[in-house]
Design a binder for this molecule. Structure first.
Ligand SMILES: Nc1ncnc2c1ncn2[C@@H]1O[C@H](COP(=O)(O)OP(=O)(O)OP(=O)(O)O)[C@@H](O)[C@H]1O
Ligand SMILES: [Mg+2]
Length: 265
């Protein structure tokens, strides 16, 4: 079991689209995949199930005492399961703020789960929810939209990952890679790509996710792009991304066992 957190504090860069379609791609490579919707917008939940802000959800696990297994469902995709989110998660940062061990609630709840991959979708912020997702993950996948302003705020994400690594003793939390999204063959996109390549030397994934309206349509139809339009440019790119992720971040065979290190406070 390998857990991958899809994160970028910038909004609308394709985190949810990547989480959902990467999960579907890995499922088509015969892996069993769990998606965890760590975002009060609950877009991944809607994309994979058609349900709008279901209750109970991950909120009741993180803020209440509900067992994760009781909010773990099948999705519209074969071999993909989900722990859904709902709008109440938007209050979770505040509600969890003063709790000791608040960053470890999700990792603790996932303990013992036996999937090949867990994909964590996060909100466009760096609060307690994103910290929970990072603490629960082995690797971070960062989607970056190849548009003019997409690099603003990136340093904050990297600093947060660094800080968390120190504070929570996440010595093995690493950036798996940066995946370019909304790719178009324009001067701006290619210039941005060049800047990214310098900044994230060796960590840029080969796969570019093109700008493709089918991705948005698939989301609205509550299907992955691999069910909705597998031969579209977006479908082919997400299948390629799944193969690349499989190669870069192999699925471990042992059940989920990430937990608070004995060294951390
Ligand atoms: N490659 C793409 N081409 C065209 N549209 C896309 C692409 N990727 C995502 N979209 C659309 O852009 C919008 C934002 O994408 P998405 O929800 O995945 O971003 P996000 O980073 O999860 O946003 P948020 O930060 O709000 O959670 C959605 O409407 C989605 O359908
Ligand atoms: Mg999202």
């Amino acid at each position: 079991m390998t857990a991958i957190c899809v994160a970028n504090n910038k909004g609308g860069v394709g985190k949810t689209t990547t989480a959902v379609n990467l999960a579907a791609g890995l499922a088509r490579l015969n892996f069993r995949v769990l998606v965890v919707d760590v975002d009060g917008q609950a877009n991944a939940t809607y994309a994979l199930t058609g349900r709008v802000h279901p209750v109970p959800s991950l909120y009741d696990v993180l803020v209440g005492d509900r067992k994760l297994e009781t909010v773990l469902w099948k999705t519209n995709e074969e071999n993909v399961w989900i722990v859904p989110g709902d709008g109440r998660l938007q209050n979770a940062d505040v509600e969890m703020a003063s709790r000791p061990g608040r960053e470890w609630r999700l990792a603790k709840a996932l303990y013992g789960q036996d999937f090949d991959y867990i994909i964590l979708d996060t909100p466009p912020s760096l609060g307690v929810l994103t910290q929970n997702a990072l603490a629960a993950a082995h690797r971070v996948l960062i989607p970056i939209s190849l548009t003019e302003f997409s690099l603003i705020g990136m340093d904050k994400l990297e600093a947060t990952i660094e800080d968390l690594r120190d504070q929570l003793d996440l010595y093995d939390l690493e950036i798996a890679g940066v995946v370019a999204t909304f790719y178009e063959n324009t001067t701006t996109a290619n210039e941005t790509w060049g800047i990214l390549e310098k900044k994230f030397e060796g960590r840029m994934l080969e796969t570019h996710i093109p700008k493709n309206l089918d991705l948005e349509k698939a989301h609205r139809e509550n299907e992955s792009i691999l069910s909705f339009a597998p031969n579209s440019s977006g479908g082919q790119a997400y299948m390629q991304l799944a193969r690349e992720v499989k190669r870069l971040v192999p699925a471990h065979t042992r059940p989920y066992d990430r937990r608070r290190s004995t060294h951390s406070a």
